[in-house]
Design a protein around this ligand. Structure first.
Ligand code: IPM
Ligand code: MN
Length: 348
C-alpha cells in the first residue's frame, strides 16, 4: 500500500492535480497497485482563512505517514510576497532534506522543439538542482529598511556536504543510466568562494567515476549550450538558484512550462513530485491548463515507488496524446485539461 499526500495548492494546481490523479487511478487499476490518497488543503485559501501554511508537526507526520507527496502549484496574487509558498514548498524541501531536485528535460516531439535545426531527440538530459541550500537558505537581513541607506543581504550557503551529495547523486545517476557526461555549472569566475568549493568538490567526486566525462561550464555558457548544442548535454548539476533558472529554459526546450516535470528526492523515504510550472493565476479555473507536466510528475512518482512499468505506461500514454494532438492550446492542440487527462487515462 502506497500512501500519497496530495497538495493541489493554488491556481491551476488544482486542475492539473485532478488530471494527474485520474491518470494515477487508471494506471493503478491496470497494474493492480493499491494507493491511498490523503488530500491536504494547504495553499493560499487556507492561509488567508486561518493563517495556516503547514501546521506544526506536519512535516514530521508526512515523513512518517506518506511515501510520496504530489503538489500542484503555490502562488496567489492576494499574497504578493509568496510567504505561504515558501513556508509550504521550501519547508517541505528543506525539512524533509529533499536535496535533489531532479528535472528531466526531454522533448517528446519535433514540433514541440523550439530550436531551429534541432529535433526532439537532440533534447534529452536531466538537471540535478541542489535543493536545500544556496541562495534559497534564507540567511540574511535588511538593515535600515525603507531608508536611503538601506542594505539588503542574502547569503549564499554552500556546504561541502551539500555540494558533494548533489554532485555525487548526479554522477551516480549518470552511471546507472549509462550517461557518458556530467556537466557542472557554476559562476566561479565571479563568485569566488562558494563556487570555488563547487569546482574543487566536482573534480574530487569525478575521480571516483573514471568512465564519465566531467565537464565544467560557467552557467552563462551553459545557457548558450542548452540552445546551441543541447544534444551534447546529458546530466547537468548545479546550485539551487541556477537550477531554478536553467530548468525554466529547459522547460521551453520541451515545448513549454506545461511539459516539465520534477522530483524532489532525499534520504528520507518520502519524496515530493510537482510540475516545474507555477500556479498561473490568469489561467486558473478555466480548465485550459496543460496537465502533462503533472502527469509526467506522476510517472516520476510511480518510478520512485518502484512501479517502473506503471511509470512507463504513463509516459507512453503521454506520447500517444502528443501523437494524436490531444493537447491543450499552449502546445498546439485545442483540448481542455480534462479531455487531455481523459485521453491519457484511457490510453493507459
Ligand atoms: C520552482 C519554483 C520555486 C523555486 C518557487 C515557487 C519558490 O520556481 O519550483 O522552480 O524557485 O524553487
Ligand atoms: Mn522555478
Amino acid at each position: 500500500m502506497a500512501r500519497i499526500a496530495v497538495i493541489p495548492g493554488d491556481g491551476i494546481g488544482v486542475e492539473v492535480v485532478d488530471a494527474g490523479l485520474s491518470v494515477l487511478a487508471a494506471v493503478a487499476a491496470k497494474r493492480g497497485l493499491s494507493i491511498e490518497l490523503e488530500r491536504l488543503d494547504y495553499g493560499a485559501n487556507r492561509y488567508l482563512k486561518d493563517g495556516t501554511t503547514l501546521p506544526a508537526g506536519e512535516v514530521e507526520r508526512l515523513r512518517c505517514e506518506a511515501d510520496a507527496i504530489l503538489l500542484g502549484a503555490l502562488g496567489d496574487p492576494r499574497i504578493p510576497d509568496m510567504r505561504h509558498g515558501r513556508e509550504i514548498l521550501l519547508a517541505l524541501r528543506f525539512e524533509l532534506d529533499l536535496f535533489i531536485n531532479l528535472r528531466p528535460v526531454r522533448c517528446l516531439a519535433d514540433r514541440l522543439c523550439p530550436l531551429k535545426h534541432k529535433r526532439a531527440r537532440d533534447v534529452d538530459f536531466v538537471v540535478f538542482r541542489e535543493n536545500t541550500e544556496g541562495l534559497y537558505a534564507d540567511v540574511g537581513g535588511i538593515f535600515k529598511k525603507g531608508t536611503a541607506d538601506e542594505v539588503a543581504i542574502n547569503e549564499e550557503i554552500n556546504t561541502r556536504k551539500g555540494v558533494e551529495r548533489i554532485i555525487r547523486a548526479a554522477f551516480d545517476y549518470a552511471k546507472v543510466h549509462h550517461r557518458a557526461r556530467v556537466t557542472m555549472a557554476d559562476k566561479s569566475n565571479a563568485v569566488r568562494f562558494g563556487h570555488d568549493l563547487w569546482r574543487r568538490v566536482f573534480a574530487e567526486v569525478a575521480r571516483d567515476f573514471p568512465g564519465i566525462d566531467a565537464e565544467h561550464l560557467y552557467v552563462d555558457a551553459l545557457s548558450v549550450a542548452m540552445l546551441e548544442r543541447p544534444e551534447a548535454l546529458q546530466v547537468i548539476v548545479t546550485n539551487n538558484l541556477f537550477g531554478d533558472i536553467v530548468t525554466d529554459l529547459g522547460a521551453a526546450l520541451q515545448g513549454g512550462m506545461g511539459m516539465a516535470a520534477s522530483a524532489n528526492l532525499g534520504p528520507a523515504g518520502v519524496a515530493l513530485f510537482e510540475p516545474v510550472h507555477g500556479s498561473a493565476p490568469a489561467l486558473a479555473g478555466k480548465g485550459e491548463a496543460n496537465p502533462i507536466a503533472t502527469i509526467l510528475s506522476v510517472a516520476l512518482l510511480l518510478a520512485h515507488l518502484g512501479h517502473k512499468e506503471a511509470a512507463a505506461d504513463v509516459e507512453a500514454a503521454v506520447e500517444r496524446a502528443i501523437e494524436a494532438n490531444r493537447l491543450t492550446r499552449d502546445v498546439g492542440g485545442s483540448c481542455a485539461t480534462r479531455e487531455v487527462a481523459d485521453f491519457i487515462a484511457s490510453a493507459v
